[in-house]
Every structure is written in structure tokens, then in C-alpha cells.
Design a protein. Structure first.
Length: 216
């Protein structure tokens, strides 16, 4: 297909497609003449993945480039691809050096050790968790750590669900892509489901009537 058709199928403007090619996110098309190239379904699929990571996953172009580089590396083990994708979900904010932050880091290190998780407190996700716990402590909600294991239980269940989905993919290239999708887009899915569950749990606990939306 020509670049115009690729644009129509994916909803990505032609200048943006060319930009992705220049940045190495999308392989160039096959040249049929000095000024013409054709694109395949593989290009369409990659564009849809880029669009999902950008619009749903909230990732930046440079972060997507790093994830795709890991995805395209045939020598990269699946769990390393998973790590590359997960690391790009971190906030990247500067850490504070105060008593609350130190205490939060200790809580996270203890959590990882107690649960036997095969990771380290230097993992970007552990750093993000410590930042959240420190912020809660500063706001007077330090008791949140009392439900941390409940959250960890739920997180383990979600992680197993993610990997069960990955294991259903037969082709290696599909499985590697599924790791990225399950990590980045799965984060968005879980966040949305959590908000829905909050509404339901709140209504049951506090007796709040939630108005039903009329079908449009």
C-alpha cells in the first residue's frame, strides 16, 4: 500500500508517519521508485502499536523508541523486554532526601523482601512506589502502608493475568509485542477498572445512588 492508504487505515497523518520513519520508530517502506515506497501490514501494525503507546500508554516518542528497540532485538529475553517497557512507565521525578522518603524506601525494600519478589528496591517502579508513600506520609496518610500488602496481592494477580495473555501468543514476534502491550496498555486497563470498581465499592459502602446513563 502507498503511504496515503497507510495513513487512512491507521489515522496517522502522512507527515507523522514520515517523522516516525526518520526517528527509527517505523521501518522505511520498500522503494518502488526514487520518490515512491510501498508499505505492508507490518507497517500498519507497528503504527497502531506506536499510536496506542502514545495515546493510551501516555509515553513519549523517545520512550517508545527505546521500547521498540527492545522489542525488535531478537537476542533480548522476554523478561528484559518486559523490564524495558515497565521502566518507561516511571514518573522520572527527582527524589527527595528527607525522613519521609527514607522511611518510604525502607518500607518498599521490606515489602520486596517479605514477598520474595525477584527485583530490587532500585527498580524504577520501586522508586515510584516510595515517592507515593512518602507523599502520603507528608499528607498525613502514612497509615496507607497498612493496606500495602492488599495492593500487592492484587498486583500479583494482575501480573499473572498479563503473563497468561502473553503465553497465549504462539509466534515469538507476537509474544514479544504482547509483553509490551500487556505492560503498558495493561496499566491503563487496570487504572480504568480500578476507577470503575471504586464507584461500585463506594456506592455499596456509603449507599450512594449512581445514576444510570441513558443509551444514546
Amino acid at each position: 500500500m502507498r503511504i496515503g492508504e497507510l495513513s487512512r487505515k491507521t489515522g496517522v497523518p502522512v507527515p507523522t508517519i514520515k517523522y516516525y520513519v526518520r526517528e527509527g520508530l517505523l521501518p522505511p517502506g520498500e522503494l518502488t521508485s526514487p520518490n515512491q515506497a510501498t508499505y505492508s501490514e507490518a507497517h500498519e501494525r507497528r503504527l497502531q502499536l506506536i499510536r496506542a503507546l502514545l495515546e493510551v500508554g501516555g509515553m513519549k516518542v523517545a520512550e517508545i523508541a527505546d521500547v521498540l528497540a527492545a522489542l525488535d532485538d531478537p537476542e533480548r529475553p522476554l523478561h528484559k523486554v518486559l523490564g524495558a517497557a515497565a521502566d518507561r512507565l516511571g514518573s522520572g521525578d527527582i527524589e527527595h532526601d528527607d525522613p519521609e522518603s527514607a522511611a518510604a524506601r525502607a518500607v518498599v525494600a521490606d515489602l520486596i523482601s517479605r514477598r520474595g519478589w525477584r527485583t530490587h528496591e532500585s527498580n524504577p517502579a520501586a522508586t515510584d512506589l516510595a515517592k507515593v508513600l512518602a507523599a502520603l506520609e507528608r499528607l498525613g496518610h502514612g497509615a496507607f502502608v497498612e493496606v500495602l500488602d492488599d495492593y500487592a496481592d492484587a498486583a500479583e494477580q494482575v501480573a499473572r493475568a498479563d503473563l497468561r495473555y502473553v503465553d497465549r501468543r504462539v509466534a515469538v514476534e507476537d509474544k514479544v509485542e504482547a509483553v509490551v502491550v500487556g505492560t503498558v496498555l495493561g496499566e491503563a486497563v487496570f487504572s480504568a477498572l480500578r476507577r470503575l470498581a471504586h464507584v461500585n465499592a463506594s456506592a455499596k459502602l456509603y449507599g450512594t445512588d449512581v445514576p444510570q446513563q441513558k443509551p444514546s
